[in-house]
Design a protein around this ligand. Structure first.
Ligand SMILES: Cc1cc2nc3c(=O)[nH]c(=O)nc-3n(C[C@H](O)[C@H](O)[C@H](O)COP(=O)(O)O)c2cc1C
Length: 348
């Protein structure tokens, strides 16, 4: 209530990216997690989920792009998320696209962004992650979402993924291969079989090699896909993912479609939030229908209530992720969803 009535109207008076940067700075301060925890804490054994090799304390995760440089993990844990996906990180630091590049659509509960992988680069990112990981409880899962630098040719893209994978191997609990952001030219072509097969094969080989080097275990790898694929393209991706032993799919990234918005002129970039939800859910349905239990699914796109989460879990997702819903509903959303999930599990 406080968020929607007072905090959100105040924040929405300012430029979205400035508010984002300010919030991340605040949440990255070491003093903040202990201050939030007493208000946001809610744990229940009934919420635990095993997906791939990992046990999650609850199925609600932070989607990639919010904590691009892995600086605020203590706060995501304190807010009650079961896991957070950091990044997208690229081998070299980059500024991203020209500003302004992030736009709210408050009438529709959406955001359009064309940030273009602004991030501190894999070396700095890994230092941040390693430092913070030591302070986090072991049951808080951290994913690392990796992408390619703007200047890297598509034919060489696999080397960018290898670089960040190797750099972050020890600190990451799982990896996500991002081939679906609409804001890096050509990136989504990496979803084509010839590129995708090369990337996944090279990463799985590296996964085995690093597992022996560090005598740990291979990491779960997820592929994050676009919601704008044809059914044929999607089927091809599912087959390549199964053939290469991926743990699962993250469905979905932002959409370039504006079909779920009223006719009008909109900014270019990826659309997230409520207008994405029906599109992302139809992709989720298709994946479960065509790959069954061969691939796990982390569902993402348009979650802003418990019912939205329930729908995705009922459609077969093991875990969910939220970005835009957090901006519109505020940090209390996570506890609210977890309480409703726990009470529905008690009732069933
Ligand atoms: C401002 C913004 C930046 C994002 N950056 C990334 C990113 O760097 N990597 C990525 O895989 N997804 C990124 N996403 C996509 C989200 O992770 C998520 O897939 C998408 O927003 C749909 O979820 P939502 O409707 O809950 O926001 C970004 C989304 C937004 C709104």
């Amino acid at each position: 209530m406080l968020y929607k009535k007072i905090i959100r109207p105040a924040l929405f008076k300012f430029d979205p990216e400035k508010v984002h940067d300010f919030t991340i700075k605040l949440l990255s301060a070491g003093l903040v997690p202990p201050l939030i925890r007493p208000f946001m804490g809610f744990e229940d054994k009934k919420l635990e989920v095993t997906a791939g090799k990992l046990k999650f304390k609850n199925p609600i995760g932070l989607a990639a792009g919010m904590d691009k440089n892995a600086t605020a993990l203590g706060s995501w844990n304190a807010l009650g998320f079961g896991f957070a996906e950091t990044g997208t990180v690229t081998p070299l630091p980059q500024e991203g696209n020209e500003k302004p590049r992030m736009f709210r659509l408050p009438e529709y509960g959406g955001i359009i962004n064309r940030l273009g992988f602004n991030n501190c680069g894999a070396d700095r990112f890994e230092e941040n992650l390693e430092r913070i990981k030591d302070l986090l409880p072991k049951d808080f899962i951290v994913g690392v979402n990796i992408g390619k630098n703007k200047r890297t040719e598509l034919d060489d893209a696999y080397q960018d993924y290898e670089f960040s994978f190797k750099r972050c191997f020890e600190s990451a609990d799982y990896f996500t291969i991002n081939v679906s952001s609409p804001n890096t030219e050509g990136l989504r072509q990496l979803q084509q079989r010839k590129f995708l097969d090369e990337i996944l094969k090279s990463l799985q080989a590296l996964n085995k090699e690093l597992d022996e080097t560090y005598s740990s275990s291979t990491k779960d790898i997820y592929l994050k896909i676009a919601p704008d694929l044809t059914e044929g393209e999607l089927d091809d991706i599912l087959q390549v993912s199964i053939d290469n032993g991926l743990t699962g799919i993250i469905a979905t990234n932002t959409t370039i479609s504006r079909d779920t918005l009223p006719q009008g002129k909109y900014e270019s970039g990826g659309l997230s939030g409520k207008p994405l939800e029906p599109i992302a859910n139809s992709v989720l349905k298709h994946i479960k229908k065509h790959s069954g239990d061969k691939l796990g699914v982390i569902a993402c796109g348009g979650i802003s209530t418990y019912d939205d989460v329930k729908e995705k879990l009922d459609l077969g997702a093991s875990l969910v992720q939220i970005y835009t819903g957090l901006v519109y509903e505020g940090p209390g959303l996570i506890k609210k969803i977890k309480k409703a999930l726990a009470s529905s599990a008690s009732g069933s």
